[in-house]
Design a protein around this ligand. Structure first.
Ligand SMILES: NC(=O)C1=CN([C@@H]2O[C@H](COP(=O)(O)OP(=O)(O)OC[C@H]3O[C@@H](n4cnc5c(N)ncnc54)[C@H](OP(=O)(O)O)[C@@H]3O)[C@@H](O)[C@H]2O)C=CC1
Ligand SMILES: CC(C)(CO)C(=O)C(=O)O
Length: 318
């Protein structure tokens, strides 16, 4: 990349997350290119709209939109906004759109989501994980509803800087600076696995229960049984994390629980997948942490039961 030039950003999977962060970066002056699938023609015709409780009505038009990665220019940063269930299918697009030493940032929930992709990406590409603390969903083609929050915490996973902590830290800082330039909070996480476990403290209970109980956060937080279930599931995530060497203080779970009471009523992204008969992110959000905890000698029976019920739903809802 030329010194002084702003990095070129590619969005691989322009849904709620990809669309929101892509629009914010484009508005901050970055050269952003969007890979789309089903919404390609609508977005070419009508642009991308973000209806944000925080920033008001934002619009990006025209959009540098592509139906194929082969037409995209080589990008310095690739932000993957697809669901984890699409990662392997998207690997050729990521490789195609990546500049020679590009940074690939997975803006996704779950554990070990980088591992599957790492195995198929060239060694020259840096791979990072990003945890998005945001409530956002697609309301229609190219239409993104942003209800609350927006921070992204980043950590280095692997690549040419794996053995060089100074370089990997600098790369993660560069990524966090992109988001900060777009007016969003972004922290550097020294330990990506720890950060992923922390995020699971929220996603394990709320994502799955929203599908199983067909309830958004407000009713889930209002009912004594679901409140207890959420707290028990959170405790099991802490146990699993600790067994894997990541101690998360109980106060962290308590604070997430409390802050959910003050969030606007919210349907987690897994519920939107259920509603639209898309595959659920069960491997990343349930199977991977269960397997990691089990390998460390720790069984998590409530999470296991939730996972089994969701697996049934996932197989039968399409
Ligand atoms: N939504 C939220 O508030 C949050 C989501 N997350 C995480 O962020 C990640 C993304 O979630 P979210 O934005 O909600 O998901 P969405 O379903 O809104 O977006 C996924 C996008 O990826 C696209 N896509 C999938 N496969 C391909 C492909 N082969 N080629 C081109 N595009 C493709 C989809 O296109 P198509 O329309 O054609 O299917 C869609 O536009 C998930 O891991 C989720 O858990 C994390 C925090 C909050
Ligand atoms: C936890 C929450 C709602 C906001 O922090 C989120 O990021 C998610 O849905 O994954």
């Amino acid at each position: 990349m030329d010194a002084g030039r702003k990095p070129r950003v590619g969005i691989i999977g322009t849904g709620a997350i990809g669309g929101f962060y892509g629009v914010m970066l484009a508005r901050a002056g970055f050269d952003v290119h969007f890979l789309l699938r089903s919404e390609f023609s609508t977005v070419v015709e009508q642009g991308l709209q973000v209806n944000s409780a925080q920033y008001g009505a934002l619009s990006l038009k025209p959009v540098q939109a592509y139906a194929s990665a082969e037409e995209m220019p080589l990008c310095d940063w690739l932000l993957v906004g697809a669901k984890t269930t699409s990662n392997l299918q998207l690997a050729p697009a990521i490789i195609q759109a990546a500049a020679p030493d590009a940074k690939v940032l997975l803006l996704q929930n779950g554990l070990d989501v980088e591992d599957g992709l790492r195995a198929v990406l060239p060694e020259s590409l840096h791979l990072l994980g990003g945890l998005c603390f945001i409530c956002v969903h697609r309301a229609g083609p190219g239409q993104i509803e942003h209800q609350a929050l927006g921070a992204v915490n980043l950590g280095y996973h692997s690549g040419p800087a794996s053995a060089d902590p100074v370089l990997s830290q600098a790369i993660v800082e560069e990524g966090a600076a992109l988001f900060r330039e777009a007016g969003l909070d972004s922290k550097v996480m020294g330990n990506l696995q720890q950060a992923r476990w922390q995020k699971l403290v929220w996603n394990v209970p709320y994502n799955g229960l929203s599908v199983l109980l067909k309830a958004s956060t407000t009713p889930l937080m209002a009912d004594p049984d679901s409140r207890e279930l959420i707290q028990n599931l959170m405790q099991e995530v802490l146990l699993g994390a600790a067994a894997c060497g990541h101690v998360i203080p109980d106060a962290y779970a308590q604070q997430l629980f409390k802050s959910t009471e003050h969030m606007p009523d919210y349907w987690p992204s897994m519920y939107h997948d259920f509603l639209h008969q898309r595959p659920l992110e069960l491997a990343a959000i349930y199977a991977a942490p269960l397997a990691a905890a089990r390998a460390a000698g720790c069984e998590l029976p409530k999470i296991q039961a939730l996972y089994q019920a969701l697996s049934f739903i996932d197989r039968h809802h399409a």
